[in-house]
Design a protein around this ligand. Structure first.
Ligand code: FES
Ligand code: FES
Length: 382
């Protein structure tokens, strides 16, 4: 058993939990907060949605030990919340629920939309809600309810003081429209600007690692698209030239398997040793779509015989795998993926052989497990 201390609906909770206990079971069985419902228990239906540190997340795929020190809000914690009051009334008025099983998760997702996206249209509401499934309503009432609350709030004079909702920084992603509706992800554009600020609704994280080779060598290796692809877990290159690449990325998460097909454009600035890779892809099987951008910079480290590679990674994810955009776990998993990439690249530069098995999927479950193992080790060292 592992000790954890977290805040649930503003109340401090300390407990001993099995490392395998997921947050939803912890909330329901330890905290007796049964408003968090469990449907699929593998991150697809959204019934278990809660807020973790203010961000919607699926409590069935978050370990309770991973939430140590974090703030959790369940549906029971929104009494008196002005947006939730409006949404509850609207869901009743617009027939946005029947059996009510999906409703707690749906309300928390809806509240997140109202807070983040004033003026949003019905199409975007549907995309934003695409991670929450309802077997009863056909969604029309739910979408109308959310739209009516947004319209009512938009038509009010600008909120100041009491009741004003502070704008939440777009720290973590939710769903963003691809601009192509429910179809294929939009192709990447080489002309798209590189933003210093995170794009609204995209997940962003920054990371750096050291490669044991001088910058000129690493810069050359980064120009070698097959080598870069071979070091990226789950990636398989199908076509490429110096500025473009096409390929596949296989992802495995428990019972979910996705095979993203996509393309990327590559820009490199030899003078500043800075590169940008923009990509987009989709998986027909799960209906998941993704867009992303990686900006990297190389700088000498130590005596110049090593290179620090600094990355800014931004991506958006829609569809069945979108839950991985919605929690800080996504950023930790992204960092672990980068660490695997760096280890593979160092192994190659050190004369190691093939680092990836072509076609082997990126095993998100394995990454999550190793992330959890490291976290437990840190806990035990305290
Ligand atoms: S029960 Fe968690 S997403 Fe379905
Ligand atoms: S109201 Fe029954 S599942 Fe949504």
């Amino acid at each position: 058993m592992t000790p954890i201390a977290l805040t649930v609906n503003g109340r401090k909770v300390a407990a001993l939990v099995e490392p395998r206990t997921h947050l939803a079971d912890f909330l329901r069985e330890h905290c007796r907060l049964t408003g968090t419902h469990l449907g699929c228990e593998h991150g697809v239906c959204g019934a278990c949605t809660v807020l973790i540190d203010g961000e919607p997340a699926r409590s069935c795929i978050a370990y309770a030990v991973a939430c140590d020190g974090l703030a959790i809000e369940t549906i029971e914690g929104f009494d008196g919340d002005p947006i939730m009051l409006d949404l509850r009334e609207a869901f009743s008025r617009e027939h946005g629920l029947q059996c009510g099983f999906c409703t707690p998760g749906m309300l928390i997702a809806a509240r997140d939309i109202v807070r983040r996206l004033p003026g949003v249209d019905e199409h975007r509401i549907r995309i934003e809600l695409s991670g929450n499934l309802c077997r009863c309503t056909g969604y029309l009432g739910i979408v109308n309810a959310v739209a009516s609350v947004i319209q009512a709030r938009d038509s009010r004079p600008a909120a100041t003081g009491v009741g004003a909702e502070p704008a939440r920084p777009a720290r973590l992603a939710t769903f963003v429209p691809s601009g192509t509706g429910a179809g294929e992800a939009a192709p990447p554009s080489a002309a798209a600007p590189v933003l210093d600020q995170p794009r609204q609704g995209w997940t962003r994280f920054e990371e750096s690692f050291v490669i044991i080779a001088p910058p000129a060598t690493v810069w050359q290796v980064f120009a070698d698209v097959p080598t870069v692809a071979a070091c990226l877990p789950g990636a398989e290159l199908t076509e490429h030239d110096a500025q473009t690449a096409k390929g596949k990325m296989a992802v495995k998460l428990g019972p979910i398997r996705a095979a993203f097909g996509g393309s990327a454009v590559i820009e490199r600035d030899d003078r500043t040793l800075r590169g940008v890779i923009r990509g987009a892809g989709s998986d027909r099987g799960t209906g998941s779509r993704t867009k992303g951008e990686v900006v990297y910079r190389l700088a000498p480290e130590g005596a110049g015989d090593r290179t620090r590679v600094s990355l800014v990674v931004e991506y958006s994810l829609q569809g069945a795998l979108a839950q991985f955009s919605r929690s800080s776990l996504a950023q930790d998993l992204g960092r672990r993926l980068v660490a695997d990439f760096a280890a593979n690249l160092n192994a190659r530069l050190g004369g190691g052989g093939a680092t990836n098995t072509p076609g082997a999927p990126l095993n998100v479950g394995r990454l999550a497990w190793s992330w959890l193992r490291d976290r437990l080790r840190r806990l035990l060292r305290r």
